[in-house]
Ligand binder design. Structure first.
Ligand code: GLP
Length: 263
């Protein structure tokens, strides 16, 4: 696993955006050979999306031949709810770039048959040959997408009950009222993320420091689902200084040193 520690949120976001732009450019996506990009919501990747939109406006990236799959969506709130992940994705990315609507995949949290919706999502990912790169964030309790502590590392897209911790954390987007936060969400599984060719995680701020410590130094455990990344053949975490605060000095220095010597 690579760990890139940047001085602040902006530098972290720029690094992640440049990495993805470069990756896509080298892939040379075409209609016959589209790039499949997994995407996330949350406050962590907002800066990443700003950088991507900026790069799009500067002609450095096009979404014409990119197929996207989002990680998760709340169950039971309208698609146009201000806090739905549909709304987030259109406001932060899709309203500003040239991604064809038919290339955009976001789970439907209002589907009549939620199980079928989840199974179909996995089929759609398989049909396009899998995900080339999954961009994600982490929850303070170490969850990836909505794979809360205890999620199986073999899990696939499914409905999950959100923990009280997560509902409290996300209540900041729901008038600080935990009762307004949906109790359930649909999410890709740990295995779905692990099957991507590459996984890039952005983590910033003090409240992610413990999760990052577990991710980098901890044992692989279902109680910190982000630790799955240690078993991925191509996992990268890019973080800011505050998120790195719980790392041992030696770990911090090790990654600073090795990343400083990259070709
Ligand atoms: C939610 C999302 C995750 C996200 C996490 C952290 O639970 N389902 O995908 O990584 O929150 O959010 P934030 O980036 O706002 O801290």
């Amino acid at each position: 696993m690579r760990l890139i520690i940047k001085e602040n949120y902006d530098a972290m976001s720029k690094w992640a955006a440049n990495y993805v732009i470069d990756k896509i450019a080298k892939f040379h996506p075409s209609p016959e050979h589209p790039f499949v990009l997994g995407l996330a919501t949350g406050s962590s990747p907002e800066g990443f999306y700003r950088e991507i939109v900026k790069a799009y406006n500067e002609g450095k990236i096009s979404f014409k031949n990119i197929i996207t799959f989002n990680m998760d969506e709340y169950v039971g709130i309208p698609e146009d709810h201000p806090q739905s992940y549909h709304t987030f994705m259109y406001e932060n990315l899709f309203n500003h770039v040239d991604c064809p609507k038919e290339n955009i995949h976001i789970l439907n949290g209002n589907a009549a048959d939620l199980e079928e919706e989840c199974a179909n999502y996995e089929r759609q990912i398989a049909q396009v040959g899998g995900i080339d790169l999954f961009l994600g964030g982490i929850g303070a309790d170490g969850h990836i997408a909505f794979n809360e502590p205890g999620s199986s590392f073999e899990s696939r897209t499914r409905v999950k009950t959100l923990t009280t911790d997560t509902r409290i954390a996300n209540s900041r987007f729901f008038d600080n009222d935990v009762n307004k936060v949906p109790k359930y969400a649909m999410t890709v599984g740990v295995r779905t993320v692990m099957n991507a060719n590459e996984v890039l995680i952005v983590a910033n701020g003090h409240n992610k420091a413990r999760a990052l410590q577990h991710a980098v130094e901890g044992s692989v455990s279902q109680m910190w689902t982000i630790t799955c990344l240690q078993m991925h053949r191509h996992g990268i975490i890019v973080c800011d200084e505050p998120a790195a605060e719980e790392l041992k000095v030696s770990t911090y220095k090790y990654f600073k040193d090795i990343e400083g010597n990259q070709l």
